[in-house]
Design a protein around this ligand. Sequence first.
Ligand code: C2E
Ligand code: MG
Ligand code: MG
Length: 753
Amino acid sequence: MIALTKNAALRVALIYFIFSLLWILLSDRLLEAISTSAETLSALQTIKGGLFVAVTSAGLYGLLRISYRQLAESEERHRMAQRLSGIGLWEWNIATNKVYRSDEMLAIWGDKPDEFNGIFNVEARVHPDDRIRWRENVRACVENGKEYNIEFRVVRPDGEVRWIAALGNIEHGKNGKAHRMMGVALDITARKQAEIALRESEERLQIFIEHAPAALAMFDRQMRYLAVSRRWMNDYGLKDSVIGQSHYAVFPEVPDDWKAVYQRGMAGEVVQVDQDRFERPDGTVQWLHWVVRPWHTDDGAIGGIVLFTEDISGVKHSQEQLHHLAHHDTLTDLPNRLLFNERLEQAIKRTERHATHLAIFFLDLDHFKHINDSLGHPVGDWLLKSIAKRLLSSLRKEDTVARVGGDEFILLLEDVREPEKAAVAAQKLMGSLTEPFHLEERQIAISTSVGIALYPQDGTDPTTLLRNADAAMYRAKEEGRNTYRFYTEELTRNAFERVSLENDLRQAIAKGELLLLYQPQVDLRNNRFIGVEALVRWQHPKLGMVSPIKFIPMAEECGLIHPIGDWVLLTACLQGKTWLEQGIEIRQIAVNLAGTQIQRGGLADTLETVLAKTGFPAARLELEVTEGFIMRQAESGICELESIRRLGAALAIDDFGTGYSSLSYLKRLPIQKIKIDQSFVRDLPGDPNDAAIANAVIALGKSLNLSVIAEGVETQEQADFLKKAGCQEAQGYLYSKPIDAEKIEALFSAQGG
Ligand code: C2E
Ligand code: MG
Ligand code: MG
């Protein structure tokens, strides 16, 4: 229906108004009045009739013109709307099977107007893949009057495929029969392509994320999960979705330094962390490589961060394996020369700082070739592996043993205080290999030749040290094998001496070569002898009298101090008891204790046994412990001293002034006496420093209620000075050198009761 505009209606109303006016003016009565004759009237009535026809037809014509123009305008507007919107119109007259398609519609389908004659097979032009869907929609519309709204592809005559969105409906006639179907369509190919491209790109991204070797998670600014990859879930043992949850709620133990990295990401930085140790909830350890990068919102602000983590444990493991292979001997798994050199270099640096020695051993098996040739290589390999194990077990943890050739091993011993220690270690190693190796029923005996070079005296770099140890090993071979040699001959000699001395000392007690001398102690107030210090000596069959300074430290190292110490204690107490029985009034006998005797524990028990056995009163026994040892002791050492004290024996600190005692510590010790070391006495009274120290020690003794004895008193001046300073007792050559028991008897008897 065409609707007239307001303007057109006004014009039609005006024509009718004029027409009505004329009609009224030319009414029949008026005509009759103005007609002069019947002819005139008839003529006037004809004119009136003509006028009526003319006016009416003019009105009708106007009306039609207006309608036509408006129709054209309206159609033009429709066309324009269609062109602009791209929407095509169609209409299908079911009765006539004629189809109308607008120009836009033709354009969408790729048809030209002249090609189209109104008969159009739509279905044939629907893309085969969409045909079934299209048909169902159309059928539903035709049969049930359901509006259809579908998107499908059409194939243009030139083969081009376009996507269209179509909306259609059916119109029913008065009889209820469907008589017309019409609809609109829009070419949506561009949108569809964009959608497909987006979907494909999302799919690709998803595949990429899921299969990437890294785990991915996206967070907002509050570190809440926005997205996570499956790998993330798997890698971190997550079962339920974490989307929306805070990362810190999911992993409450995120370390602070990781949080700091997240913050850097939030601030816009891309941060890579190369290797990071991560302990998984199940306790297994992982190595991670991870990257943090910010992501941006549409307006360019930072919306949060994306975390990529990659488990590089496998890489790390193979790196370690490679590193191990490159640094170890494949047969024995011992370090190879490369690793040995690295460790040697580090050890040299450490040793420079601590002023000790390093010992490098070059160890070569004697006649190994013979074993290989006679028993075969598999046995040779087995033997080498067994030797490696024995070497390892006879070394300290911090030492290194490496295999550098067929039957050659090199060893690095750190923190070797004296060269002799190296000799002892070499003997121990050689000893560990002399025990035969058992292979099934066979016993294989092997010996070794060892060359020793010391840092720093025999070289200051790995190459020189190894070369010299090698040279020393050749000397050991030349000199009969199954032995060791130092690079420096003198050291070899010293070491041999020491080792043989140690062997001799082992038998010294049994052979009765040890003896005790006694040095009297004097009361400075009246110069009377009041006690003695027992000092051990070793009467060596070849070397003569050996000083305790030489053999006591050696005895401490090899453990012989225990039988020696026990012997000294027993002998001193026996002697004391004899003196008492002889009526010789000896107030105290001082016996020296080595640190290791206290450290081992059980000293109080030994003491108790000795006292019981000899009947010597505990109150007359004084035990001397050096200040250096006391200061190194932990609580356990103090406990041991306390139980000695409980037995009734007195405790004295020997060599006082050399061990940096702390006052508070001294106060807690169960001691009765301090013994000023002879080094502070030697230069008295001339040396102001020594005088000050002696004075201070005496004052300290007084304030702690300890008695003070000075040792090494050789002159009267020294004695006078000490007496004046308040020192009660003295010991030294001024009064007597250490002498045997008989002479002591004479001295004490001479002074009378
Ligand atoms: P010490 O306990 O400090 O003994 C004092 C040392 O100084 C003794 O040396 C003694 O002979 C010496 N001496 C005494 N008066 C003088 C003097 O006026 N001038 C000089 N120059 N020296 C003097 P000795 O007997 O050679 O003992 C040395 C160290 O050996 C002792 O030092 C003690 O630490 C240790 N020692 C001795 N006998 C034993 C023992 O039976 N057991 C233990 N564990 N160590 C002992
Ligand atoms: Mg002493
Ligand atoms: Mg001393």
